[in-house]
Design a protein. Structure first.
Lengths: 176, 421
């Protein structure tokens, strides 16, 4: 076993264990923390694939920005422990077989695939390659996505401020 | 200006290569241990320095009784924190309550691994390595990744304590850190546009040279577009990001007891405390690297100024002599022994630094640490000068002033870079 393989197995095991833990935990905040661990383990896997840039961005964007908002909202609402119900009839008769079928399908496809599993190191630097892709080859879809996100933000603002009757001072709502 | 080499050269942190070579691992381990020791000592004495400076700014003496000039105060504080009772509040989420201070402390210290302290390579066990633990091509991004996770320490500490003051403090603090992180990141984009690299060592070497032979080409005074706005945004958001006055709303004593760490006692509290100072050091190092030319000397490299390389030993020697002269007349016996001894050590160091085969290695770290010290001085000075912001003022300042200003700087710098090409 090469050291790389050991590190890979450790990270993969961590990612899977944390992902399972997201579902098993009853406290929403514990689930959120587990999800952060998944993100960080994935960043480690990216590092192993020589993609330092993607690894750093993975942590900054997912673990550092998106999950912070998740945790923030959970704290703000002070959400308590959720109740786990027994499987509903829908889940038992439709969901479970479908999930098992999907798993078998996935395992079969991965087993049958004939791609090379060794990582191909980026020749001229990952950062440069990604910026070329984003800002030259796919610049139009990229900009379109930012407009889409802007629309989503505006929509959220409109929904949040609708018919409350109390105009918030300077658009700024007190948090504490 | 080479904009086409975003990741080329510099670091040799090819990950799988590093994992496979035990010699690199060993050298890294040595560097980590040495750096950890230095940083923890620096953090302990930064607390002493802040208390002393604050006291003198306010016309007081500060710590004076524990050892000569209170120099043993950090040791006494550490012992006190170790020996105090460790209380866990009822109804606390035990796992997260314990994990939060560890997380905060670990993250605060680990980002220092990316900081390069000097240009010269040193030799450990026959391996020639640079003066940095992790010379990564995306070093800057990794520091930001670590800082962006730092919010969790504060948020989880507040939430898991099961106390309203802690929760309110944590909410305030996380809202503040999220808001100011945006300005912090944007303020650096200008520097990145000028340098075209994420590697911290390369960021410094790109700043070498002088405009008109006098003015150093640091990013703060860059001839293409001086990053004065960027530096202002960086410094203000860095103060807010480390939760220090005038942005220390997370621990506004008059409203929230102590904010997110209200319920923490003993060494868990000490870890939050030390983490604050460790992140101060990181932020000051980063300001030095990004805007103040890192380890580069502010003076031009001309024969007339060749004697400048003896400046470190001259300063050390003067400090040592002053300590000896002051020490022999100190009021306590311990001081009369310890202070002159310290002075002799400093003089010996000064002599060592002036040796021809050492003087070259001292230059980089000397200028780097001198600049970091200046930034830290301003940091402390600001804290003990300005009153605390109100919460709505804080948010308005962050979103309506600092954020647009940082964006404006990015736009202006981009134009300047394009025009310059």
């Amino acid at each position: 076993m090469t050291p790389q393989l050991i590190v890979f197995l450790l990270l993969a095991a961590l990612a899977i264990a944390a992902a399972v833990n997201v579902i098993l935990q009853r406290q929403p905040i514990h689930s959120a923390i587990s999800l952060i661990v998944v993100m960080i383990a994935l960043a480690g896997l990216f590092l192993l694939l020589e993609s330092e840039f993607i690894a750093a961005i993975q942590i900054i964007v997912y673990a550092g920005a998106i999950m912070v908002l998740f945790v923030f909202v959970i704290m703000l609402l002070n959400a308590g422990a959720e109740e786990h119900t027994n499987m509903s009839r829908m889940a038992r008769y439709a969901g479970l077989p479908l999930a098992i079928f999907f798993l078998i399908e996935l395992a079969y496809q991965i087993g049958a695939a004939t791609v090379s599993w060794t990582p191909q190191p980026a020749a001229e630097g990952v950062t440069r390659g990604i910026s070329m892709l984003l800002f030259q080859d796919f610049v139009f879809p990229f900009e379109l996505t930012s407009v889409l996100i802007l629309i989503a933000i505006l929509g959220a603002l409109v929904l949040a401020q609708r018919d409350e009757g109390v105009p918030t001072k300077g658009g700024q709502s007190e948090i504490t | 200006m080479q904009h086409d080499s975003l990741t080329a050269g510099g670091g040799r942190n090819v990950v799988s290569e590093t994992i496979g070579q035990p010699s690199i691992l060993l050298v890294s381990l040595v560097k980590v241990v040495v750096l950890l020791f230095l940083v923890l000592t620096a953090v302990a004495y930064l607390v002493w320095f802040e208390r002393k400076l604050a006291a003198h700014l306010q016309g007081r003496w500060g710590p004076y009784r524990t050892g000569p000039h209170g120099l043993l105060q950090p040791l006494a504080d550490g012992l006190k924190f170790l020996l105090k009772e460790d209380v866990t509040p009822a109804g606390a989420d035990r796992f997260l309550y314990v994990a939060a201070p560890f997380l905060t402390m670990t993250l605060a210290i680990s980002s220092i691994a990316m900081i390069p302290f000097g240009p010269a390579s040193i030799r450990i066990f026959g391996e020639i390595t640079p003066l940095v633990v992790a010379n990564s091509n995306v070093g800057l991004l990794i520091i930001f990744a670590i800082t962006s996770i730092g919010v969790y320490g504060v948020a989880l500490a507040g939430w898991s304590s099961n106390s309203k003051y802690s929760l309110l403090g944590a909410l305030r603090s996380s809202a503040q850190m999220i808001s100011y992180e945006i300005s912090l990141t944007l303020s650096i984009v200008g520097v990145l546009l000028l340098a075209g690299t994420f590697n911290l060592s390369e960021l410094i070497t790109r700043q070498s040279g002088h405009t008109w032979g006098i003015l150093p080409k640091w990013n703060l005074l860059n001839p293409t577009f001086p990053q004065i706005l960027g530096f202002f945004c960086y410094f203000v958001s860095a103060v807010a990001e480390t939760n220090r006055a005038p942005f220390d709303l997370a621990e506004a004593e008059s409203e929230l007891v102590a904010g997110f760490h209200t319920e923490y006692s003993s060494f868990k509290f000490a870890m939050f405390f030390l983490a604050e100072y460790a992140s101060m050091i990181t932020v000051a190092c980063l300001a030095t690297i990004l805007f103040l030319g890192g380890w580069l000397s502010p003076f031009p490299q001309i024969p007339a100024l060749d004697w400048m390389r003896y400046l470190p030993s001259a300063l050390l020697g003067i400090a040592g002599l002053a300590l000896i002269i002051h020490g022999v007349r100190y009021s306590t016996i311990l001081g009369r022994i310890a202070l002159p001894l310290l002075g002799v050590v400093l003089c010996a160091l000064a002599f060592l630094c002036s040796r021809p085969n050492v003087v070259f290695y001292v230059q980089g770290p000397f200028w780097f640490l001198a600049k970091v010290f200046v930034v830290l001085f301003v940091y402390v000075w600001v804290r003990w000068t300005l009153p605390r912001f109100r919460y709505d003022q804080l948010m308005r300042f962050g979103w309506k002033f600092l954020f647009p200003l940082a964006l404006f700087n990015v736009v202006l710098t981009s134009f300047a870079v394009v025009m310059h090409k």
